[in-house]
Design a protein around this ligand. Structure first.
Ligand code: HEM
Length: 401
């Protein structure tokens, strides 16, 4: 099979696995001229690079061929994104993550449990009599945005604004390279979000509340605190990271179960399998397709020379189907044990929100199975969003009794 250069080719986006299995066999460390970087598909290579400090996470910078005027226009956007912990190496990363950990605690996540039940009850009650819904717009999008807004202390009514700004930002951060005006839209989206947050953060300085923004403003570690700029940046990261990916985990997870009805019935019959089921749903069709890093020095891996400054694209979802590591990798098995998938990354940048994402998707999927009888896909010709980083359906229409 000739290699398709375009990683956003419609066929590859809609069904990536046959193409990437082939690529893993033929050229597991593949130079992609069009993307201008190395594409990694083997579990063990990816796993090693994620803990190799010869590769940097500091990848927020204008591309080489960006026109000068655009570089100037985008400077403020890159400035904010460059404070996201996920785009920092130690010691900056260590410092910010330690301070954010003081605020984003297991207790703060656990306290959201009753609210998650309340929202999912409400949303499902709303659609039940209709006998159909689009899982994404009617259900999976709303839960994570409402939860992260509540944790931060932002009003529910602002969720559509936050979603719009975050969607615009996604075009840049998740590499939707085929979208027109993506830089301008991302810049405007992030700028609006920052203006909005500045007011809230000022208010919390004066009048502390019992919420995550106040906890970030007051977080202290050995006399060190987050600067105003770092609090704003971190809030934009939590809003962005806190809902897009979790929405997709709920939607992709339900989609995978509906395509594998025997597994769905197994879970319905034995709800205690939900924890291994969630890990398997992340492995099988996880919402994060790839992680990017840049080589800080020349690195030799297998027979390939990765040159200093070159980009590497670590295909997590493809690693999660590597037959060297997972038995019957293309089979969904909700009872799978020792499931060391890379869906939340690995090493120092391991997803900070993983416990929150796990809890939200557990509740969201359990509630659907409990409330919606005889749920089925309305159509099977579904389309996926064309971007490099996230695995996201455009719509997921389902019917039920
Ligand atoms: C299923 C849902 C999610 C998936 C698949 C996911 C995936 C990931 C991945 C792969 C990384 C590592 C990126 C890298 O190494 O460059 C990451 C980091 C991160 N995630 Fe998530 N994420 C999810 C949900 C969340 C949620 C709900 C939040 C917050 C509310 C969140 C906040 C973060 C943060 C702050 C980081 C940066 C951690 C660091 O750099 O130390 N994520 N996530």
């Amino acid at each position: 099979m000739p290699l398709i250069e375009d990683l956003l080719d419609k066929e590859v986006v809609n069904n990536p696995y046959p193409y990437f299995h082939q690529l893993r066999k033929e050229d597991p460390i593949y130079w992609n001229e069009r993307w201008n970087g190395w594409v990694f598909t083997r579990y063990h290579d990816i796993s090693k690079i994620l803990i190799d400090n010869r590769f940097t996470a500091e990848r927020i910078r204008p591309s080489k061929n960006m026109p000068e005027q655009m570089v100037l226009d985008m400077a403020s956007t890159y400035e904010i994104l460059s404070k996201w912990m996920v785009f920092n190496d130690p010691p900056n990363h260590t410092r910010i993550r330690m301070l954010v950990n003081k605020a984003f605690t297991p207790k703060a996540v656990e306290e959201m449990r009753p609210f998650m039940h309340e929202i999912t009850d409400y949303l499902l009650h709303h659609v039940q009599s209709k006998g159909k819904m689009d899982v994404i717009s009617d259900y999976a999008f709303l839960l994570p945005i409402l939860v992260i807004s509540k944790m931060l202390g932002l009003p529910d009514e602002d969720r559509d604004l936050l979603k719009q700004w975050s969607d615009d930002l996604l075009l840049l951060v998740f590499g939707a390279v085929k979208e027109t005006n993506r830089h301008e839209r991302a810049k405007n989206g992030l700028q609006q979000m920052v203006y909005y947050l500045e007011d809230v953060i000022q208010a919390r300085h004066k009048n502390p509340q019992n919420d995550l923004i106040t906890a970030l403003v007051t977080a202290k570690e050995k006399g060190d605190v987050l600067s105003m700029g770092e609090v704003i940046s971190t809030c934009t990261l939590l809003i962005f990271g806190g809902h897009e990916t979790t929405t997709n985990l709920i939607a992709n997870g339900l989609y995978s179960l509906l395509k594998n009805p025997a597994q769905l019935e197994k879970l319905r019959a034995n709800p205690s399998l939900i924890h291994s089921a969630i890990e398997e749903l992340i492995r099988y069709e996880g919402p994060s397709k790839a992680i990017m890093r840049i080589a800080k020095e020349d690195v030799e891996i297998a027979d390939k020379e990765i040159k200093k400054g070159q980009r590497v694209l670590l295909m997590q979802n493809i690693a999660n189907r590597d037959p060297e590591v997972f038995e019957y990798p293309d089979k969904l098995d909700i009872t799978r044990q020792s499931n060391h998938h890379l869906g939340f990354g690995k090493g120092i940048h391991y997803c900070l929100g993983a416990p929150l994402a796990r809890l939200e998707s557990t509740i969201a999927i359990n509630q659907v199975l409990k409330h919606l009888k005889n749920i089925q896909l309305e159509r099977t010709d579904l389309e996926w969003q064309p971007n490099i980083i996230s695995r996201a359906l455009k719509q997921l229409p389902v019917i039920f009794d």
